[in-house]
Design a protein around this ligand. Structure first.
Ligand code: FMN
Length: 453
């Protein structure tokens, strides 16, 4: 039986000294955020005593590719291959009758600010935000499920504000509901296995169920349980679930909110949500993801966007081996594409296809697959060794930007690609880019016997 909860991974982290327990009382108002930010890349942080709250809070759980990989039971170097396999062979979820996440069911007195230790993250944000809530909804037209994360701000009592980008599928479902004069039922699962969190971030087509991909990542069907008050199913092993409706006719001004570039943005109004039922484990752990420019926030997106782009580009250009979305580019805006012996001009095709596939991307470096795209030094070497600025540079001013881009002007931005690949014939004996090496037989022998030296 595969452990589908967060708890097995917490035990694993603890056993390796990678879980830091904080026993002193900590204020959810800015103090938790400050600690998570100062320990952004360190051990996961378990706050056992959140002032004014009964539930503990865990943060900084998946703040490295190695952590995400470990939680999925694979080596860090195999994370992308594991995602490719999950995308190739999705596993549909399974419905179970009973669930740990429904040990406690509450339908009355739903004061979310009192029930949950939701951190108030940043100075200019108006209220605390739930940031690790995996939102499940169904398409009012097709009944197909959608699973994604969007920030949810506490508005008092059982009310929330949902901040959803207009191009995201959840916003499309909300719009479909609005055009039918209806609200959209949602369920928010908090405290999830890495497979569910990462699955929720995959850039798949509208109508593709992210729980199928989560099942592929998990290597088993995700166990789902029917909600108590809405026609939706949620991960049975989650810690907490909020059931309710998103009312697209109810808009609430949001004001400044943090975004992954690290800056405040003001996207205008968010959508109102009314929670009608809260279910949880009797000893639930509240999971929080530090928002803004933070490793976990950036990486969950980076890994998923890179994986889906690898799949999508390879379908059209088989020479593409890997698309790696870099953390330096905020896990969203910059990518490296590795290609196997690209034909003349094919690197440019791959870059243009990537820009066309993911709105967010604006700087792409294309390298040969002898370069590890995860090794920024090797990528820079490739630029120094193989990139000819006068013909390998693409500069595309005035391209539609994502609203998250920190330098867009009127929602357009300049997109740039650098193709740092070899040309056919490069590297031939006595050519300009022939690698300097000892004779092959001696190099092979010394490689084999290196430990003996
Ligand atoms: C921690 C975290 C927080 C996120 N917050 C938001 C958010 O507030 N609004 C939003 O539109 N997307 C947010 N996202 C990104 C979406 O979850 C992601 O793009 C997802 O693939 C959208 O799925 P959908 O198109 O199926 O709705 C967040 C992602 C992560 C990892």
């Amino acid at each position: 039986m595969v452990d589908q909860s967060l708890r097995g991974f917490l035990d694993d982290l603890e056993a390796r000294g990678d879980l830091h327990r904080i026993t002193r009382s900590v204020d959810p108002r800015f103090e938790i955020g400050a600690i998570l930010a100062l320990r952004d890349r360190g051990p996961a942080q378990l706050f056992q005593n959140v002032a004014g709250h009964a539930l503990p809070l865990v943060g900084n759980l998946f703040n490295g590719r190695d952590r995400i990989a470990r939680a999925l039971g694979v080596q860090a170097g195999d994370l992308d291959a594991h995602c490719q396999e999950a995308l190739r062979r999705p596993v549909p979820p399974r419905i179970v009758a009973t669930a740990p996440v429904q040990e406690v069911v509450r339908r009355q007195d739903l004061d979310l600010g009192r029930l949950l230790p939701v951190p108030h993250w940043f100075e200019r944000e108006a209220a605390p935000y739930i940031t690790a809530g995996v939102i499940v909804a169904k398409d009012p037209e097709t009944g197909r499920r959608n699973v994604s994360i969007a920030r949810l701000r506490l508005e008092g009592g059982a009310r929330l504000l949902a901040g959803i980008a207009r191009n995201h599928h959840l916003a499309i479902l909300a719009e479909k509901a609005r055009s039918r004069g209806r609200s959209l039922e949602i369920a928010v699962a908090i405290g999830n296995h890495a497979a569910v969190l990462l699955g929720s971030q995959m850039y798949v087509a509208l109508g593709e169920d992210e729980f199928d991909i989560a099942g592929g990542l998990l290597g088993a069907p995700v166990d789902l349980v029917a909600c108590k008050t809405v026609d939706l199913e949620v991960p049975a092993a989650a810690e907490i679930v909020l059931e309710g409706v998103l009312d697209p006719d109810q808009t609430i001004p949001e004001g400044p909110v943090s975004e992954f570039p690290g800056f405040y943005v003001d996207y205008g109004p968010g959508i109102g949500v009314e929670i009608r039922c809260v279910t949880q484990r009797h000893d639930a752990i509240y999971q929080a993801i530090l928002p803004g420019l933070a490793a976990e926030h950036c990486l969950l997106g980076a890994v998923a966007i890179g994986a889906t782009l690898t799949r999508d580009l390879r379908r059209v250009i088989p020479a593409v081996r890997r698309v790696f979305v870099t953390e330096g580019g905020m896990g969203r805006l910059h990518a490296v594409i590795a290609m196997h012996r690209p034909r003349l001009g094919e690197g440019k095709c791959a870059a243009l296809l990537a820009f066309g596939t993911v709105n967010l991307l604006k700087l792409i470096t294309v390298v040969d697959d002898d370069i590890d795209p995860e090794d920024s030094r090797a990528v820079e070497w490739s630029l120094a060794a193989r990139f000819r600025g006068h013909e390998d540079l693409i500069v595309l001013p005035g391209v539609k930007a994502d609203r998250c881009d920190p330098v867009h002007e009127n929602l357009v931005v300049t997109k740039v690609a650098m193709v740092a690949t070899t040309r056919p014939g490069d590297g031939e004996p006595h050519g300009r880019s022939e690698f300097a090496r000892p004779p092959r037989d001696i190099l092979d022998r010394v490689t084999r016997d290196l430990a003996s030296y």
